[in-house]
Design a protein. Structure first.
Length: 540
């Protein structure tokens, strides 16, 4: 049973501007007389400053401005035997989840060049293995280097995954999936809702992985997580604990289907969520999305303004503004007052300035309600991302399945995944979370069939970007073994390699137009396959 201990609202952020001898203060002092400079009446709060620093490194150990020393001990590797666990969210096995984080892995990434494409030159990577073990191995090489993470973890539907009773989601899970132990070798519990650990099992699987992956993000990095209604609230809670609730960015709604399900008992579930957190909200900013042709076409220039095309916007607002109540007169002599319950956005003085600068539009005949001219040349060269993503913009589940069938040659229908994500959905995240020209690294440690790798290649082709990907996937056996497909990891490799081969200009120039060929020449069309053999992990 998941237990919530509700917190009062988090204390206001501590004042981080208190520092000694800053360059900024020195420069300001040069321009002031002795009488102008006023010294603070109180000394710097050293304890508060230390707690602020501690919170940045161990957000899970600070709540309401106070240090939870039991949590700090646990985070530093000291196992706590007794005493109640405190904070916002607790569940059966949470202490053991912390222990799993601190258990070292002795696994080794073994190259598999025979399954790779351009092994010696590519910087793209597919790793076959248990993602908990792999994330531990990546700590040294990729600490603070990942720009964007996207994961589509197993949704907790109550019957789709099985985990051992002892909550160890590392080696034991790997051993079972790779058939290294007999089915009777581990006491297993199916994840049924009737089980008291329905949510706990899922949380114990997710918590160590999210904890470890935070270290891999750059200071201006971002993580996107797909999730549904079953665990959205719990995911928010553990993300607030690990990343800090102050680093929450958005909860995006993705319209995943294009038609309602009439067989639904209550409501047709038409959407999933994409939860977004920054490593440091003060440093991360979303990239603007490109403007659509139709949005640009709305800008016109009916009065031949030398500043170019413009779009008019309303001058009225509903929020009270004491200086926004006055009468204006149009060029035709018609008078206008702000409608009851609304106010002009600007003071009368500002309004007259805008009118003098030909930024007020009175209509073609000069007798309409005034509107403000907004010039295309002065607006942002892009669109701020929104939190509602429709299937027309980023794809739907049926499109995702069709993509999978296009790039993976299945011989058994039972092996076709039903819960894949469309590459266009992930491309939207890449547009927002990465810079095409910054050699950004994108990580997906629940890679599944590889749509993230697919999306990175496609997005690089579209904007000439130099992004790289790291995909991690457990070799979970498929329902029916095929000659070339035995695990989901095999499916991931086959899909990504099929995408690369289709775009490889050496063999497929005739299938690409000139623009695509030119872009493809600068895109990394290769993938290096590695694996973490179970024999390596057994030594731990």
């Amino acid at each position: 049973m998941v237990t919530y201990i509700w917190k009062v609202k988090k204390m206001a952020k501590k004042n981080k501007t208190q520092s000694t001898g800053t360059t900024q203060n020195k420069s300001l002092a040069k321009n002031k007389t002795a009488d102008d400079i006023k010294l603070p009446l109180t000394s710097m709060n050293v304890i508060e400053d230390r707690i602020t620093q501690l919170e940045d490194v161990f957000p899970e150990a600070v709540t309401e401005g106070k240090v939870d020393f039991e949590k700090l001990k646990s985070a530093l590797g000291e196992k706590i035997e007794n005493g109640p666990e405190r904070y916002g969210l607790t569940w059966a096995g949470k202490r053991e989840a912390f222990h799993n984080i601190q258990t070292l892995s002795t696994g080794t990434l073994r190259p598999v060049p025979e399954e790779s494409v351009n092994f010696d030159t590519t910087e793209n990577l597919i790793i076959e293995g248990d993602n908990l073990e792999v994330l531990k191995l990546l700590q040294k090489s990729y600490y603070g280097k990942i720009k964007m993470i996207y994961i589509d973890p197993p949704y907790n539907t109550g019957n789709e995954f099985i985990y051992p009773d002892d909550f160890r989601e590392g080696l034991q899970t790997y051993l079972r999936y790779t058939k290294q132990v007999s089915e009777g070798g581990i006491a297993q519990t199916t994840n049924k809702e009737t089980s008291g650990r329905y949510h706990s099992i899922w949380l114990n699987m997710m918590y160590p992985r999210l904890y470890l992956v935070k270290n891999l993000l750059k200071d201006d990095g971002v993580i996107f997580i797909s999730i549904d209604d079953n665990e959205i609230s719990n995911l928010r809670s553990i993300m607030d604990e690990i990343f800090g609730e102050e680093n929450f960015i958005a909860n995006i709604i993705w319209q995943k289907v294009f038609s309602p399900k009439n067989t639904a008992m209550y409501f047709s579930e038409d959407h999933d969520y994409v939860l977004v957190y920054a490593r440091n909200k003060n440093l991360w900013r979303p990239e603007l999305l490109p403007r659509k042709d139709e949005s640009v076409s709305r800008y016109t220039n009916p009065d031949n303004d030398p500043r170019g095309p413009w779009l008019s916007g309303a001058l009225q607002a509903r929020n009270y503004y004491s200086k926004g109540m006055y009468e204006v007169i149009s060029p035709s002599g018609k008078k206008f007052k702000n409608p009851k319950g609304t106010y002009w956005r600007f003071s009368k003085e500002k309004f007259l300035e805008l009118e003098k600068d030909n930024r007020i539009w009175w209509g073609e005949n000069g007798d309409n309600v005034p509107r403000l001219k907004r010039f295309l040349s002065e607006v942002k060269q892009g669109v701020v991302p929104q939190t509602l993503w429709t299937y027309k913009e980023v794809g739907h589940t049926q499109e995702a399945k069709e993509e999978l069938l296009e790039y993976v040659n299945f011989t058994e229908s039972e092996n076709v995944l039903n819960s894949v994500k469309p590459s266009r959905l992930i491309q939207r995240m890449l547009q927002i979370g990465t810079d095409a020209d910054s050699n950004d690294i994108v990580l997906d440690f629940f890679a599944g069939s590889g749509p993230t790798g697919h999306a990175v290649v496609n997005q690089n082709l579209q904007d000439g970007g130099d992004r790289r990907f790291i995909l991690v996937q457990l070799p979970e056996p498929l329902p029916k073994l095929e000659d070339k497909l035995k695990t989901i990891a095999d499916m991931c490799k086959m899909r990504v390699i099929s995408v690369i081969n289709k775009l490889n200009i050496k063999d497929k120039q005739s299938e690409l137009d000139l623009t695509d060929i030119e872009k493809a020449q600068s895109v990394d069309l290769g993938v290096k396959v590695t694996a973490v053999p179970v024999t390596d992990i057994k030594k731990a």
